[in-house]
Design a protein around this ligand. Structure first.
Ligand code: K7E
Ligand code: CUA
Length: 619
């Protein structure tokens, strides 16, 4: 081991301890009363800035990942009121998601996933309010349509991508949504032992193509990489449009206790991927077929991928609004590293390399780096304001640092309670961030809320960034487990409130109770059903044991908020049908008896009366 490596390891040891120590952040004071004294005016100002009077609307939507809940949470900002939960990868009885035939088919037997990074679709680098993408660690990406806030498609699992964490970041015109392997694995199905990790395991970086009209996702290209742990990504924009950037840890290609073994090197990497070149190479047939995907070997496609050395086990990588700077947040150090895109291009032209990893050139650090900004300990993620300021979350210091692009001066810090992970600025990933609000998505919340037992909620803190000094405005709490979030101006979204009748082309829809009823074809039974205040028609029907039954339910209401449910506990399903919508549920009538069904959504004064019976007759 060289001296550098030894001192690196020593530093890593300290950093690891610090990183862990942050989990013992001090408990907040327990009193429930208002803070008094000199704080009063600050509190009053904060209250005024976050108070949305009854009936008034928030200025922004916040789409926050639900982590291993497999869901997405929607908040209004600045009130921080939770508006709705959008299930993506997880069944959610509250909206009937995962129970009707269509969404059940979409989930394909999976019952959870880990959502970390929501990504709003973009046009010319600005959020366009069309779709919201969400990564699933299992190698899937969900697409939510912002016209109705519903998950419409789940792509994947993508072949070869193992542990899709560096996802779902989109390119400036929503050409691609990214994927990458966090847990490298052998390509193909070979059960190669972990002892051969360094040579036989591979990572994958992938671009999933988005159809510009429909939003439909399909695999664009894959690039195989050394078995690093790809962690986060961001798309180049403006100056750096056409490139994608991914951070990795474990460039040591280590296994076992990564906490130690993967913290040895002073620097890991940020990969710079020329996605237009990848697209072209795949078009020219340069990919090898692996598990049904075309996979590029970067050693054979010169120019498709470069590595920028970045200290030290970097986590987030974030591209500035003008696309000129690529910020790498090295979580085990006290600085954040800023790379200059122009310098990267020059270094590539001059072949200013210091070596390679499996044929992928490594750019010389000194040639591509612009600054090491002393933001504080444990930088994880960076967001941007409209005025050249950047905001970096500091996990270990439990704070946000504000600093200036270009002068690299750290101008302000605000403490977070506690141990901030991601942070989210208003329109913060676009070419034109709004500033105004910043939300710290914290990992710990202990003591700042009424106790709810050992399963503590997560805390999100709203910060005012409109002035020179950042000001904490509000604590909000949520279920596990927000990682990243994106905030979009509310007036960019125009969701519908009913599904227009004329758009309902469902073959089993019925709009008149006269047309409701049962049809049989052998042992296939279809029950066309109408729900409207305050009857489910038919109110009873009879099938035979062993029949395959499809209940097709149309909510013929065209009035906002008039949802109806259709729950049948005896057969373990609950559907919720929005106004104008038709949903089906198909099951085998494999239990004889009498089974009640009823409306699960309180819809009217006679909601309780909205009920009926299915009789399953023994043969
Ligand atoms: Cu939580 Cu984006 Cu998965 Cu950082 S990641 S904190
Ligand atoms: Cu319909 Cu309750």
């Amino acid at each position: 081991m060289t001296t550098t490596n030894k001192s690196a390891l020593a530093f890593a040891g300290v950093a690891v301890v610090l990183f862990a120590a942050a989990h013992c952040a001090p408990s907040a004071p327990k009193e429930r009363a208002h803070r008094g004294g000199g704080a009063t005016s600050d509190v009053a100002i904060a209250a005024q800035k976050t108070y949305i009077a009854p009936g008034d609307l928030d200025e922004y939507y916040l789409f926050s990942s639900g982590g291993h809940s497999g869901q997405m949470y929607v908040f209004g900002v600045p009130s921080m009121r939770h508006l709705v939960t959008i299930p993506v990868f997880t069944p959610y009885p509250a909206t009937g998601y995962g129970f009707d035939d269509d969404t059940r088919a979409m989930l394909a037997g999976h019952s959870w996933d880990d959502v970390h990074h929501p990504a709003l679709s973009e046009t010319a680098g600005d959020y366009d309010g069309r779709w919201l993408f969400a990564n699933g660690i299992s190698g899937r990406i969900g697409r939510i349509d912002l016209r109705d806030f519903k998950t419409k498609e789940i792509y994947g699992p993508a072949p070869n991508v193992s542990g899709n964490h560096a996802s779902a970041f989109v390119t400036p015109n929503s050409e691609y949504v990214m994927m990458a392997s966090r847990f490298s694995a052998p390509l193909g199905d070979a059960a190669i032992p972990v002892s051969e990790y360094a040579t036989k395991y591979k990572g994958i970086i992938a671009g999933v193509k988005i159809d510009p009209k429909s939003g439909h996702m399909s695999l664009g290209w894959e690039i195989q990489t050394p078995p690093f742990d790809w962690d986060l990504g961001d798309a180049g924009k403006k100056a750096s449009d056409g490139w994608m950037f991914f951070t990795c840890y474990n460039s040591e290609r280590a296994t076992g206790k990564l906490e130690v073994t993967a913290s040895q090197r002073d620097r890991d990497y940020i990969a710079a991927v020329d996605w237009r070149l990848a697209e072209k190479a795949i078009g020219e047939g340069k990919g090898a077929e692996i598990n049904g995907a075309k996979v590029l070997d970067p050693a054979k496609v010169p120019g498709v991928m470069y590595l920028l050395p970045c200290g030290k086990s970097p986590h987030g990588v974030d591209v500035s609004p003008d696309g000129k700077y690529i910020v790498g947040n090295g979580k085990l150090q006290g600085v954040t590293t800023v790379f200059n895109f122009e310098k990267i291009q020059t270094a590539i032209r001059n072949k200013d390399f210091t070596g390679d990893e499996d044929g992928i050139p490594i750019l010389k650090y000194e040639s591509v780096k612009d600054a090491e900004v002393p933001v504080g300990l444990g930088p994880l993620h960076t967001q941007f304001g409209p005025d050249g300021y950047a905001y970096t979350s500091l996990f270990v210091d439990s704070a946000i640092a504000k600093w200036k692009l270009g002068t690299w001066e750290v101008v302000d810090k605000v403490p977070m309670s506690y141990s901030i992970g991601h942070l989210c600025a208003a329109e913060g990933d676009t070419v034109s961030p709004d500033g105004k609000y910043l939300i710290g998505l914290n990992k710990l919340s202990h003591g700042r809320h009424l106790s709810v037992g050992p399963s503590q909620p997560e805390s999100s803190q709203l910060v005012d960034i409109s002035g020179e000094k950042m000001k904490l405005l509000y604590d909000a709490f949520t279920e596990p487990e927000p990682h990243y979030a994106q905030m979009i101006k509310a007036d960019k979204l125009h969701p519908i409130e009913v599904y227009p009748k004329e758009e309902n082309h469902h073959p089993l829809a019925v709009w008149d109770v006269k047309d409701a009823g049962l049809t049989r074809n052998g042992d296939r039974v279809i029950v066309k059903t109408v729900v409207v205040r305050s009857t489910i028609t038919p109110t009873q029907f009879e099938v035979k044991l062993g029949d395959t039954v499809t209940i097709a339910i149309t909510n013929i209401e065209q009035t906002t908020d008039e949802l109806h449910g259709f729950g049948m506990p005896g057969y373990n399903f609950n559907l919720v049908i929005d106004p104008g919508e038709t949903k089906t549920v198909t099951f085998k009538a494999d239990k004889p008896g009498v089974f009640y069904y009823y409306c699960t959504n309180f819809c009217s004064a006679l909601h309780q009366e909205m009920q009926g019976y299915m009789i399953v007759k023994p043969k």
